[in-house]
Design a protein around this ligand. Structure first.
Ligand SMILES: Nc1nc2c(c(=O)[nH]1)N[C@H]1C(S)=C(S)[C@@H](COP(=O)(O)OP(=O)(O)OC[C@H]3O[C@@H](n4cnc5c(=O)[nH]c(N)nc54)[C@H](O)[C@@H]3O)O[C@H]1N2
Ligand SMILES: Nc1nc2c(c(=O)[nH]1)N[C@H]1C(S)=C(S)[C@@H](COP(=O)(O)OP(=O)(O)OC[C@H]3O[C@@H](n4cnc5c(=O)[nH]c(N)nc54)[C@H](O)[C@@H]3O)O[C@H]1N2
Ligand code: SF4
Ligand SMILES: [Mo]
Length: 767
């Protein structure tokens, strides 16, 4: 009889990154529980999705071998053939149409991190960076705002849960979506502790709103107007935190006219928020330290860019930004510098849309793929993403992929996108390879986990990082690497000291400047070989480049440079410090606390992270000034009116317990309950003569789908909700309908292009 063993890892489904222990038997996960030793989820928490990891791991549609599309079937081929054919085809496309004909999809989820360095190198080597990722589905307005106000689109802000007494969740259903560590437990604490306050702004009586001390239910889509009104009230009453503004902000006087004379009473009325309630929230924000978590209700709503922009101004005028107990900036995402005002900023060839944080708005993908222009995009590399289901207008995305000259998909399973692609390459899951996490927003400690594989090699699956390296070699010119660097890497791994290795690499690159653009390739190739994993080497490389390298915060967590390297100057010292940290993460599979960031550091960090040369928040910007002209109570009252043909509103997508975006695609997960339902307020259903369980047709300007009604007493009247996890094909059978058949490629926000997934006009008919 074979024995089983418990192994430590971390869930890769959402940004909570809960520590998990997995029981493994005969190379299968047979049980999952929260890891009591995890520094990331110290309250010992995981949700049922994490516990269902085996259904993700052992999906009947898992891929073991590279597949090539022949006719309408996929057949097994060798890796050698896959690389060779993809390489030849891509090179031919580039030769005829230039590197800009190549584009990438994916790169935003926790599953992807380990591959990001190899992907970046592939893009550099080819000379194209047309990229789509979830940022273009959810965060366009947010990162654009951060770019304007902070001067850098890579800055990320999160509430300081550890030090605030009031948490405000705006358009976020965190009790279900767990969008921070130990999510449910932290929410319960804020709900149950009489000294703490939980405030929710959400038109639905969501699972989170049920825990709230105060729940504001604005009219759907009226957030921008409401926030503008709240700011106007603050200024009108003279309640702004002037000392804060003097210290941190520039241009306060320039934005004042945006709010002077603004009829906030009327704004609250149009937003259907009682005056007293709005005033109470404003007072709380002006007198207490408030942490704010915004999410998809704002980011995917109407006016999403203005929502994020105005929200940041509200935080600034009430002094709730970058100071203790409010909203902190404590992390950079490793986005490349990006600013559409830069004359060299490359735009999408057909629509001319710009990128935010390096990514195009998701809505344009089908239009770009269907373009007839000579310089159009033609060859797709898709990794850890399923655009046929996740992006607006599924039918158009499918047509777009059919119009490509080459399509390649890297995924552990045969997805709806994979089924359409010329080549499908079998990726390892996070439980089969080395992987690490970047979603470490947690204070005062920053945790770091290098996940070790909990399973042995299965089939010919490879880690994504390794696949991108193989593709790079097949497509681009790669340098020859001298044997001595391979040897240095072997020695570094054996000695558990990688500093001399990196010094050797730097010296080599210094002597051969022509290979400098391929530095990542050289490290991943040599150190990746010695470590037996490109992704493990990738984590080491990323640590060395972390903004925390060489910091006091890392020292406080117990990691100091080796004295011999400390004497060699700050760069080598920082490298040695991070190398020590890496070693600890490698030795301790549940992860380590890599840095303790104290309040003074945060202030300093926030100050430095504001990329404007004066280190101040720049509150004014022309685009928003112009945009606000339409954001008046009168115009909004008109625009928010119903439409005779499409009288209902829909939340196209909802992050429900039973799904993680498109990842839980195993029917075994859903045997006890059909999660594909159309949530309708029973009052609406009654008015329309529909009963629970009845099949109805939902129609939008784009298309229509059919599904059963489920009553949701929490849903706002006139607002239906359909989860976005379904419409997946497993073993040739389709489960549920894809909500993105209903969303329009052009139904996107004007300034930055985020889709309006939380505000789709529709109607419902009997079938
Ligand atoms: N209408 C509508 N659409 C939505 C939303 C909505 O609310 N409404 N929500 C959106 C949001 S918030 C997001 S973030 C996006 C996400 O959409 P996508 O970017 O498409 O990502 P996911 O659906 O999370 O995952 C896609 C794939 O990653 C694969 N995967 C898992 N682990 C690995 C791995 O280690 N390697 C590789 N190569 N693949 C892996 C899974 O098998 C899955 O097929 O979709 C969104 N689309
Ligand atoms: N269980 C589960 N957890 C997940 C995921 C998952 O698929 N399943 N996915 C992960 C990912 S990628 C993401 S991005 C997060 C998303 O996490 P959330 O943003 O929390 O997810 P949603 O379900 O879209 O919740 C949005 C809330 O906004 C509200 N809302 C809708 N319209 C409006 C409006 O006009 N104004 C306001 N103020 N609110 C509105 C909705 O009623 C809803 O309660 O979840 C992550 N966690
Ligand atoms: S909360 Fe997120 S990270 Fe934690 S177990 Fe659930 S899906 Fe995984
Ligand atoms: Mo997301």
């Amino acid at each position: 009889m074979s024995t089983s063993e418990w192994k430590k890892t971390q869930c890769n489904f959402c940004q909570a990154c809960c520590g998990l222990e997995m029981q493994v038997k005969d190379n299968h996960i047979v049980n999952v529980r929260p890891d009591p030793d995890s520094p990331r989820s110290p309250l010992v928490y995981c949700c049922r999705k994490g516990r269902a990891a085996m259904q993700f791991q052992d999906n009947p549609d898992r891929l073991d071998y590279p597949m090539k599309k022949v006719g309408d079937k996929h057949v097994r081929i060798s890796w050698e053939q896959a690389y060779r054919e993809i390489g030849e085809k891509t090179k031919a496309i580039i030769k005829e149409h230039g590197p800009g004909s190549v584009f990438w999809v994916g790169g935003g989820n926790a599953a992807f991190v380990g591959a990001s360095a190899a992907l970046a190198q592939m893009q550099m080597a080819i000379g194209s960076d047309h990229t789509f990722a979830p940022v273009g589905i959810e965060f366009m307005g947010f990162y654009w705002t951060v770019g304007r106000i902070f001067g850098n689109q890579s800055c990320y802000t999160e509430p300081d849960e550890a030090n605030c007494d009031t948490l405000l969740f705006w358009g976020s259903n965190s009790y279900v979506s767990h969008n921070f560590a130990d999510g449910r437990k932290v929410l319960r604490e804020f709900s149950e502790n009489a000294k703490k306050k939980l405030i929710i702004v959400d038109p639905r009586v969501s699972e989170t709103a049920r825990l709230a001390d105060m729940h504001i239910l604005p009219r759907i889509g009226s957030d921008a107007l409401l926030i503008r009104g709240m700011i106007a009230m603050v200024l009108d009453k003279g309640w702004q935190d002037q000392a804060y503004l003097d210290k941190w902000a520039l241009d306060f006087d320039r934005i004042k006219p945006w709010f002077e004379g603004f009829d906030y009473r009327k704004a609250f009325e149009v937003a259907q928020v009682p005056y007293e309630q709005a005033e109470e929230l404003v007072k709380i924000m002006c007198t207490e330290a408030v942490g704010v978590h915004q999410d998809l209700g704002l980011f995917m709503g109407r006016h999403s860019t203005a929502n994020s922009y105005l929200m940041t101004i509200l935080m600034a005028v009430t002094g709730n930004l970058l100071v203790k107990g409010t909203i902190l900036m404590h992390s950079f995402f490793p986005f490349p510098p990006c600013d559409e005002r830069d004359p060299n900023h490359v735009r999408a060839p057909e629509t001319g849309r710009f990128k935010v944080a390096g990514y195009y708005p998701s809505g344009i993908i089908s239009t770009e793929m269907l373009s007839k222009k000579e310089n159009r995009i033609r060859a797709m590399f898709c990794c850890a993403s399923n655009p046929v289901r996740s992006y607006p207008d599924s039918n158009a995305v499918e047509a777009g992929i059919r119009n490509l000259e080459l399509s390649v998909c890297l995924d552990p399973v045969m997805t709806d996108t994979g089924r359409m692609c010329d080549y499908v390459l079998p990726a390892k899951t996070n439980y089969e390879c080395y992987q690490y996490t970047i979603f470490q927003m947690k204070y005062p400690d920053i945790t770091l986990t290098l996940k070790h594989p909990v399973l042995e090699q299965i089939g010919e699956r490879k880690e994504d990082g390794e696949i991108f390296m193989g593709l790079t070699e097949a497509i681009a010119d790669v340098p020859e690497i001298p044997e001595m660097l391979y040897q240095a890497a072997e020695k570094a791994v054996a000695d558990k000291d990688r500093v001399p290795y990196m010094l050797a690499v730097m010296q080599y690159v210094g002597e051969h400047p022509e290979v400098a653009p391929m530095l990542i390739y050289i490290v991943l190739k040599t150190l990746g070989k010695a470590m037996g994993s490109v992704q493990k080497a990738s984590m080491w490389l990323m640590l060395g480049q972390s903004p925390h390298a060489g910091s006091e915060a890392v020292s406080r967590a117990g990691y100091d440079p080796d004295p011999q390297y400390a004497a060699m100057g700050p760069q080598v010292a920082a490298l040695s410090q991070m190398d020590k940290l890496f070693q600890a993460a490698d030795d301790i599979p549940q992860g380590v606390i890599g840095a303790y960031v104290e309040h003074e550091d945060r202030q300093k960090y926030a100050y430095e992270a504001i990329a404007h040369p004066d280190h101040k928040l720049h509150l004014w910007c022309e685009e928003i000034e112009n945009y606000l002209e339409r954001l008046t109570p009168e115009k909004e009252a008109e625009d928010l009116k119903g439409d005779a043909e499409y009288p209902l509103l829909m939340s196209a997508g909802r992050h429900i317990d039973g799904g993680v975006n498109g990842m839980m695609r195993n029917p075994a997960t859903y045997v006890y309950r059909n999660p594909y339902v159309i949530y309708v307020n029973p009052i609406d259903a009654g008015k329309m003569g529909f009963k629970e369980g009845q099949e109805v047709r939902v129609t939008t300007e784009t298309s229509s789908i059919v599904g059963p009604i489920e009553y949701d007493w929490g849903a706002a009247e006139g607002y239906i909700l359909i989860p976005h996890h379904y419409g997946f094909n497993n073993q040739g059978k389709v489960y549920g309908e894809a909500v993105n058949k209903l969303t329009g490629a052009e139904d996107i926000e004007e300034l930055t292009g985020n889709p309006h997934f939380r505000y789709v006009r529709c109607r419902m008919d009997a079938v």
